[in-house]
Design a protein around this ligand. Sequence first.
Ligand code: NAD
Ligand code: IPM
Ligand code: MN
Length: 353
Amino acid sequence: TRTIRLAVIGGDGIGPEVVAEALSVLTAAVGDEASIETTAFSLGAARYLATGDVLPDDELAAIAQHDAILLGAVGGTPGDPRLKDANIERGLLLKLRFALDHYVNLRPTVLWPGVESPLRDPGDVDFVVVREGTEGPYVGNGGALRVGTPAEIATEVSVNTAYGVERVVRYAFAKAGERRNRLTLVHKTNVLTFAGSLWKRTVDAVAAEFPDVAVDYLHVDAATIFLVTDPARFDVVVTDNLFGDILTDLAGAISGGIGLAASGNINPSGAFPSMFEPVHGSAPDIAGTGKADPTAAILSTALLLDHLGLPEAAGRVTAAVTADLAARSGAPRTTAETGAAVRAALPVPQGAS
Ligand code: NAD
Ligand code: IPM
Ligand code: MN
């Protein structure tokens, strides 16, 4: 049987708690279709506080030798002064995304049957945000002058390349073609005219190759209106790194909570391993209480299995989560209880007795 080598980064806070459940669901769902070999990497705020390391080069190189990465969440309590110099988010999470060329940050949003949305009449919510993952304001192209003085100047310059925009736009069109043939570009072309123009021209050019895909455009502020008033209008949304970050927390909220929102940081070429993680963070406010919902992490393993060419196992994970969400009573459950319920709901693999 095929061997799948997974790098596992539990991370901080609820990260390791949700990853434990996700791994056990993944392993059960794969059954004997493949054998799963995991390597645990202890990285994140806790590791930094213990050793001073954020992401040593040899560990990055070791992670890159795997078929895929499963990540919980990294980062400490926002504002913790001991972490000020570490910048775990940039030095670890973004470093992985950039070094492994995860130019597609795929963030699906589904209002699962039985799940209550905070919206009164959400309709049929099923869309995917294709968030650019390696450019935009995230690249660290900035600086500060006269720090700490009344004359301080800070810049964060968004970087958008024709190469980088085209490849993610192309991916989004192909995704729309596999779905309902609708693509929405979200940007802020009325103000961010240089980058906006590049994104708009790129979408128009690629659209010519996908005549079946209906294209529309929304400014990001208006997109937040429609995400709340009419989320069912969206199929595929393509957008830059920062807008995509913000829109996908909102998307998580309207579809029943951030505890259900999965994501993949994908390198479509396969040159580097892709990384799958819940959209949420380390949730220091509930870490250690058993309150974290592992569903987002579990659904991230379905994206992982799909990416690795195991669509049947991915389908079993999704089916089990769907069944579990439909059967939930609303009574509070622990992380482990939800993991166990999802495992119990896994369809038996074909050929198993
Ligand atoms: P967060 O997503 O960790 O928490 C926001 C709120 O959502 C909290 O009230 C939390 O309790 C709740 N929540 C999150 N996940 C949940 C789950 N699975 N089940 C139930 N409730 C859940 O965002 P934050 O507080 O802004 O960030 C905390 C830390 O995580 C920061 O250091 C931040 O930088 C980091 N972070 C990391 C990632 C990542 O590693 N991918 C993503 C986002 C934030
Ligand atoms: C996310 C997170 C990260 C991001 C942070 C922690 C760097 O918010 O994965 O959505 O902004 O991409
Ligand atoms: Mn985010």
